[in-house]
Design a protein around this ligand. Structure first.
Ligand SMILES: [Zn+2]
Length: 502
């Protein structure tokens, strides 16, 4: 099935896709193999390309043509859905002035640069004016969205990252997180059971880690004709085309596990892209996939596959063969180490159980920012208070507190919550899969294709033609329910720490 568009519209898509491919290729090159010296030049050329693409995309004559074209499309067709999503996307830049757009871009670049400096010096005060300015500009800009009704600005941001999400739905979601998880985390702290993961912190030569990574990629049945793995500072995945996914990872001599789980996570993003309906390539039905939807697939692989006992049972012989250092560590001990939970300060290093609370904290602060209620002077203290409240730990410096993440310095309000929502979607999808497939057995036997095929048929092929909430409802036969997520976590961690559930 190929989507049928008028020639003018198909050409519009083709030209935008060419710009996209050029930028994505340059970006991937920049952050993997390019020498540092080349970055200023390629960044400047990428900015030029994105300006040109913006002009093509927003050309007034073309936009008018698209609006007229929309009226002619059959009701309920995928073509109509594509053009509708496109017009929604275009509306924001149509309503704002080019000066406003440029001022926002400038504020964003400035804030990100200042954030890097401030983080290095652990100096929030130096970053504060740039953050405040950027947030004010981002909020003012987002008010041009056709979805802004006068008093729902945070909804507009949330919807931009995950279609059809809003504050009310996230409030209900985080309410469950807030009620159910902190008591368990406290019980774990009191249980006295300590898991020693020193074996994972030993130094291993990177060449050895790379070799074992190949073992894991083979196990996952990563297709080398369609997926490549590069190395970078902060791992990401880039989608060049339906048959060309670039995943990246980062090796640390003394964090053996981090590289593996990071690769498995990024492969989850790539696999989603590989298995989307090919006919959607270059359209919003593909680009329009929300961040929570994407994160649900990366975390599905990372948490439900990569951290599972069956996965490590299957890969244990190869591990011990390549790393005799693990001979005295049993599979059970290894899996305990991989899943140990300890409340800490840094989100990106958080375990599966405490992770959503890191997100809850950001969500509560973002709500204040978006709704114009943030006192920027006391933001670091508010941050620290929330860490103390939910995780029982308190940052001593700005660098390990409010300055740790890049997102706000890019003006990304509403992005963080998608991380937690994605994990919750993954848990409900996993529960549905388990009703049809003996996942443990499949993993033990190394039949990864059974899992990837199921994901393709039940989740991936829809791409952005449905929201992930709709897909979750389709696969599980009931609406999204965060209890799947918290019950999965409670069950897993109660067993791991031998805690009686009440
Ligand atoms: Zn991800």
């Amino acid at each position: 099935m190929k989507l049928q568009f008028e020639p003018f519209y198909q050409e519009y898509l083709d030209v935008l896709a060419a710009y996209d491919l050029a930028s994505a290729t340059m970006y991937t090159d920049q952050w993997t193999v390019a020498p540092k010296g080349g970055i200023p030049n390629s960044s400047a050329k990428m900015a030029t390309l994105s300006k040109l693409a913006f002009k093509v995309e927003n050309d007034p004559e073309t936009v008018e043509k698209i609006k007229a074209y929309y009226q002619t499309l059959p009701e309920g067709s995928l073509e109509q859905k594509e053009v509708k999503m496109r017009l929604d996307e275009l509306a924001l830049s149509q309503n704002a002035s080019i000066e406003e757009f440029e001022a926002l871009t400038k504020a964003r670049n400035e804030a990100e640069y200042q954030w890097h400096q401030a983080k290095e010096n652990s100096d929030y005060a130096a970053f504060k004016p740039y953050l405040k300015d950027l947030m004010e500009k981002s909020i003012a800009y987002q008010k041009h969205s056709p979805k802004f009704t006068g008093n729902n600005i945070y909804d507009v941001f949330l919807d931009a990252y995950e279609p059809e999400m809003n504050e009310e739905k996230y409030d209900a979601f985080f309410q469950v997180i807030k009620e159910e998880l902190p008591p368990l985390i406290q019980k774990i702290q009191k249980s006295g059971k300590k898991i020693d993961d020193q074996a994972l912190r030993e130094e291993f030569a990177i060449e050895r880690q790379e070799k074992f990574m190949n073992t894991i990629m083979d196990y996952l049945q990563v297709d080398p004709d369609r997926v490549s793995l590069g190395t970078t500072e902060h791992p990401f995945t880039n989608f060049l085309s339906h048959n060309d996914m670039r995943i990246t990872t980062h090796y640390y001599p003394n964090r053996f596990l981090s590289a593996i789980l990071s690769t498995v996570h990024e492969y989850g993003h790539a696999l989603y892209g590989l298995q989307m309906n090919e006919a959607f390539e270059g359209t919003m039905l593909n680009h329009g996939v929300g961040s929570a939807a994407h994160e649900s697939q990366s975390r599905f692989l990372e948490n439900h596959i990569g951290r599972s006992k069956a996965f490590w049972e299957a890969n244990y012989p190869a591990l011990v063969e390549q790393f005799p250092e693990f001979e005295n560590v049993s599979v059970d001990e290894l899996v305990d180490m991989i899943n140990l939970s300890k409340p800490d300060l840094i989100r990106t290093e958080a375990d599966e159980l405490t992770y959503p609370l890191h997100i809850l904290i950001r969500y509560e602060l973002e709500k204040k920012i978006a709704n114009g209620e943030m006192d920027y002077d006391t933001l670091p203290e508010q941050w620290a208070d929330l860490y103390e409240k939910y995780l029982g730990v308190r940052p001593k410096t700005d660098a390990e507190g409010v300055l740790q993440d890049v997102h706000w310095s890019n003006g990304y309000l509403g992005y963080f919550p998608t991380y937690a929502l994605g994990s919750a979607y993954a848990a409900q999808i996993f529960a549905a899969m388990q009703k049809q497939i003996d996942v443990e057995q499949v993993l033990k036997e190394g039949k990864m294709e059974v899992i990837t095929n199921w994901l393709k048929d039940n989740v991936h092929h829809y791409a952005g033609s449905k929201t992930m909430a709709e897909i979750v409802e389709l696969v599980s036969g009931e609406p999204f329910d965060p209890h799947y997520y918290v019950n999965y976590l409670k069950d897993k961690y109660s067993k791991l720490y031998q805690i009686q559930e009440d």
